[in-house]
Design a protein around this ligand. Structure first.
Ligand code: KG4
Ligand code: ZN
Length: 361
């Protein structure tokens, strides 16, 4: 069975995983920068990429050590190449490509959304036909999935992503970053029916979403009522959360109905939300639908979902050749353009690690 190393650096997590076949987890390492970015109330791209430069070699080393393997033992190396923060993506992709050239391995470029999309079926060799809702900090998408590689976009957010709405509203409430977890925690003891917030586009007739009106409604509410009293915060959080979830659930089940799918999936950071999970599980049971979520550890950004998507790409491709060095040179000059010159020494150290340390002797 092929063994893959995957690297994920699309946002503020530096992650590396080693996967054998579709289900053999040999390593699953994540360094979250959330604490660092919480001081700024959100992800600062330059800070994220600088920290990836420092932590990527450590996380990759650690994953390989946990797997008990050398780079030469791998069949291919994958990295997330988009969508995400340009300067962060480049760090993971440069590391993976550097290792590929050093060890003469094929490189697999993986789409971050496909990583989330397939994660509810982690371990499966076949992806069943289903309706998928991908809800993260950067994306809110509804897709019809025929099987691996056969995806049709049904709807998407026209403005903010659902997770982005959670994060921005949490900031308005003075809660920490990432906001989704904080709101989820607060909302558990709150009354979702106490305040009425708008359910954007719930009756739009299509499968698109909009969450910026909801964010504005919360801001207006706060301007009118002032900073919420601590005792009211659980009710406000629960009411806001219910507005987001009502729309997500309504459109997900509508999409499944329209496409005659009996299987549905939810993925991405927001699919960790306790109310979204319990309500969608209950509704699926009521409608006789099979429902899938990513396993714990694969909900928010991670490299194992990237490795799993890469395993499917590997299985679907008839031949892969080792990466050539000229494609990497272009990428490195891109990487340099995205970073301030002050980081040149860090960059040099990092590239030396990637190119030399693992190179075949
Ligand atoms: O998938 P992810 O790690 O990153 C992206 O690809 O964007 O998702 C992160 C998002 C953040 O917006 C975070 O607030 C949200 O997922 N999130 C949650 C919960 N846990 C994470 N939102 C609502 N409830 C949660 N329990
Ligand atoms: Zn993500």
């Amino acid at each position: 069975m092929p063994i893959l190393l995957a690297i994920e650096t699309s946002c503020d997590e530096t992650a590396a995983a080693v996967l054998r076949g579709f289900e053999g987890v040999l390593a699953h390492e994540i360094f979250s920068q959330a604490e660092i970015h919480s001081h700024f109330g959100g992800v600062v791209p330059e800070v994220a990429s600088r920290n990836h430069l420092v932590s990527a070699p450590v996380i990759i080393d650690s994953a390989m050590e946990k797997a008990g393997l050398r780079i030469q033992d791998l069949d291919a190396i994958a990295a997330t190449t988009g969508p995400g923060l340009a300067s962060s993506l480049l760090v993971g992709a440069a590391a993976a490509k550097g290792l590929c050239i050093g060890a003469g391995k094929p490189f697999l470029a993986i789409n971050h959304i496909e990583g989330h999309l397939l994660s509810p079926f982690f371990g499966h060799e076949t992806i069943p036909p289903h309706t998928a809702l991908v809800v993260s900090g950067g994306h809110t998408l509804l897709l019809d999935v025929e099987g691996f590689g056969r995806y049709r976009l049904l709807g998407r957010t026209l403005d903010d992503a659902a997770g982005e709405a959670f994060d921005k509203v949490a900031k308005l409430f003075g809660l920490g970053y990432p906001g989704g977890i904080e709101i989820d925690r607060m909302a558990r003891s709150g009354n979702p029916a106490r305040f009425e917030f708008p359910r954007g586009m719930i009756d739009s007739g299509d499968l698109d979403f909009s969450f910026s009106g909801l964010k504005t409604a919360v801001r207006t509410f706060l301007e009118k009522h002032g900073t919420p009293a601590v005792v009211d915060l659980p009710d406000i959080c629960a009411s806001f959360q219910a507005a987001v979830i009502d729309v997500l659930i309504s459109k997900l089940f509508k999409a499944a109905r329209q496409n005659s799918r009996r299987v549905i999936s939810l993925s991405g950071g927001v699919s960790a939300n306790s109310s979204l999970r319990s309500r969608s599980i209950e509704r699926a049971a009521g409608e006789g639908l099979e429902i899938h979520f990513p396993p714990q550890g694969l909900l928010t950004d991670n490299a194992l979902m990237i490795a799993f998507a890469a395993a499917h790409h590997l299985a679907a491709s008839s031949s892969l050749s080792p990466l050539r060095s000229d494609s990497v040179k272009k990428m490195l000059s891109e990487l340099k353009k995205h970073l301030f010159p002050i980081y040149d020494s860090l960059l040099t150290d990092f590239l030396e690690t990637c190119f030399n340390q693992f190179a075949v002797a």
